[in-house]
Design a protein around this ligand. Structure first.
Ligand code: M6R
Length: 624
């Protein structure tokens, strides 16, 4: 996710801002930029610099063309969403007259309409971003407001009221020598309060070197930091608001992880947001789906008669879940295959085949090679990817980005949940466009999708017993995972997480396969984790899994059962019961996966391993 820094105070703003950006590097980014305000109160100017790539690239630009000393500065590290990771798309974005500079984290859903409005007024855009529209809107509103204190904040309130989506915005104006303003909706922003100086940050890591006194902003609020008038917070209509004050008790290293011991834990905690952001901007007013950005026409979607889902590791497991949903919703046959096998067996592909490649990094060589093979065979390729501008989406015919934000830990967590959600969107758009489901039927499922962030939050809120359980399982030699239907890929994912993090032998099985061999490995005390389908609607499946739990328990297994609230049938057979909220069967993996991630993380940490950097593994595997 983008990193945001703002500073107003006696120090050289550029130094403070660059240091803040360095501390936010862990968030992941693909370009960086800064702006400072220079000049006296009479006639000021904004000066800015920005560059694609790492901070070092920006620092080189600044070394060649230094910016003047200043007491006001803003800085940004960008994680590309709208528009590729290029110099021109890097933030800050300036208004046409150069008087306003804006940085932004999030997605402005209605930017296309606002951009059209600005263009109709004669504005020429210089980037492909959704952000630039804010700079132009602010420049248009500001002169219409009365001169005097609070003018820029009032302009930002007026603009913020017009925006849809998720945003943290920070703005500077050349005519404002002492003031920065910021606003937030569904996107993080914290204020640091120092001695005669103020900071803005996407998180406290941005200013922890200067102050531990922080203020948390509420939803839909605008903050003004001013060297003489201090801190003022209002809602978008101007009603005063009181920010929550707190003292940060983390050191700089912990601050980067949001107070969590590991990036993986932080990323697990970010999953409600990742799911919500992946849905953001994709739902029409009628509850239908709008995936214009996908770049596949309705006719192309109608022509598809077969789908392949191709990916590796955790992304492959997302593909396995996709199969259940896409086949059920569309009745189009779906095959799922690991990318390293796909092209070498000469799969049958043609123009009416849709190949969905899933990759968090967008750089996995096995997946890239499979994509190229599919394109050679004239199939249509749709990428589901988390990294804007990476190779896989670039080479695909169409792309659907997951908006999970940067994933630092090697083990995929939030990107997995976001991939599953993106797969649901693919299934639903196919069903919608092909007329297999009526709009109101799609809307019903969409409403269930919208409940998922809250359901994931609920699971996260009750993970302490799971952590305790993990600590008690740290000495296990083998751990098995069982599931049926969509619970089967979840079992595979649970086993993969445990292998890669805790180096324990773990396997996931289709629960029905157990009696065909694997049950022989169960010994006294062998932990067996079972993902139980909902008893509602899939009662046949549910009964069979309950029988499978009894079978392993009869052979001495220690059963760890993940079951939805209200499922009392499992209670007698569960040595440990992990409850998840009631969720429709096809959507259940989004909630049932979460305890398995926490379990693997806790077991690995108890065994003393580096959770974020497991041995032998790389985040992005760029060799075949
Ligand atoms: O970046 P990708 O999604 O293409 O990566 C695929 C796999 O390498 C990846 O999912 C890997 O299995 C993860 N480390 C699992 O946690």
């Amino acid at each position: 996710m983008c990193g945001i820094v703002g500073y107003v105070g006696p120090q050289n703003a550029l130094d403070v801002v660059l240091e803040g950006l360095r501390r936010l590097e862990y968030r992941g980014y693909d370009s960086a930029g800064v702006a400072v305000r220079v000049g006296g109160s009479g006639g000021g100017q904004l000066a800015s610099a920005k560059k694609a790539g790492k901070l070092a690239n920006l620092e080189k630009v600044l070394a060649d063309q230094p910016l003047p000393e200043s007491t006001i500065g803003i800085g940004h590290t960008r994680w590309a969403t709208h528009g590729g990771p290029t110099d021109r798309n890097a933030h800050p974005h300036l208004s046409a007259d150069g008087r306003v500079a804006v940085i932004h984290n999030g997605i402005i859903e209605n930017f296309a309409a606002l951009r059209a409005e600005c263009e109709a007024a004669g504005v020429e855009f210089r980037s492909d971003t959704d952000t630039e529209v804010v700079a132009h809107l602010l420049a248009a509103v500001y002169p219409e407001l009365p001169e005097g204190p609070g003018r820029l904040a009032e302009a930002l309130r007026a603009v913020s009221r017009r925006l849809e989506g998720a945003f943290t915005l920070v703005a500077a104006h050349a005519d404002e020598p002492d003031t920065l303003v910021a606003s937030r909706r569904n996107s993080p922003l914290v204020v640091g309060v120092g001695d005669g100086e103020y900071f803005l940050g996407s998180d406290v890591a941005a200013f922890i070197a200067h102050t531990r006194e922080a203020r948390e902003l509420g939803q839909d609020q605008v903050v003004e930091i001013d060297r003489t008038r201090g801190l003022t917070v209002t809602d978008f209509d101007g009603a005063p608001a009181e920010p929550v004050a707190y003292t940060v008790d983390w050191d700089a290293a912990a601050a980067e992880k949001g107070g969590h011991d590991w990036f993986m834990l932080k990323e697990i905690a970010e999953q409600p947001q990742a799911v919500a952001d992946t849905l953001l901007g994709r739902l029409g007013d009628e509850g239908d789906l709008v995936l214009d950005e996908m770049r596949l026409s309705d006719q192309e979607l109608r022509d598809i008669d077969k789908v392949f889902v191709v990916s590796c590791g955790t992304s492959y497991h997302a593909g396995l879940i996709a199969k259940y949903a896409i086949e059920h919703w569309t009745r189009i046959p779906v095959e799922v295959e690991v990318a390293s096998e796909f092209r070498y067996r000469d799969p049958v592909l043609d123009r009416s085949t849709l190949v969905v490649v899933i990759s968090q990094s967008g750089e996995t060589m096995d997946t890239l090679m499979a994509l190229r093979h599919a394109k050679d065979q004239k199939a249509r390729v749709l990428a589901i990817c988390n990294v804007n501008g990476s190779t896989i989406p670039r080479e695909s015919d169409a792309v659907l980005y997951t908006h999970a934000g940067p994933e630092i830990a090697v083990a995929s967590t939030k990107s997995f949940l976001a991939q599953i959600v993106a797969c649901y969107l693919v299934g639903l758009i196919l069903a919608q466009v092909r007329g297999i489901k009526y709009a109101d039927e799609v809307a019903v499922i969409v409403r269930e999708l919208q409940k998922l962030p809250e359901a994931v939050s609920q699971v996260l809120g009750q993970m302490e017993p799971v952590r305790e359980l993990g600590r008690s399982m740290a000495d296990a030699g083998t751990i098995l995972f069982l599931g049926r239907h969509v619970g089967f890929p979840v079992a595979l994912e649970g086993a993969l997480k445990l292998k890669e993090l805790a180096y324990i032998h773990a396997e996931g099985f289709a629960a029905g396969e157990l009696k065909h061999g694997p049950i022989a490995v169960i010994d006294e005390g062998t932990p067996v984790v079972v993902i139980v389908p909902s008893p509602r609607g899939r009662s046949l499946l549910h009964g069979k899994v309950v029988s499978n739990i009894q079978e392993v328990r009869a052979r001495g297994a220690r059963t760890i059962v993940i079951a939805e609230e209200g499922d009392e049938d499992v209670v007698p057979y569960a040595d440990h019961l992990i409850r998840v909220p009631r969720t429709p069967t096809l959507l259940a993996p989004v909630v049932t996966t979460v305890p398995l991630q926490v379990l693997a993380c806790e077991i690995a940490a108890t065994r003393g391993y580096d959770v974020d950097q497991p041995r032998n593994l790389a985040k992005s595997v760029t060799v075949e």
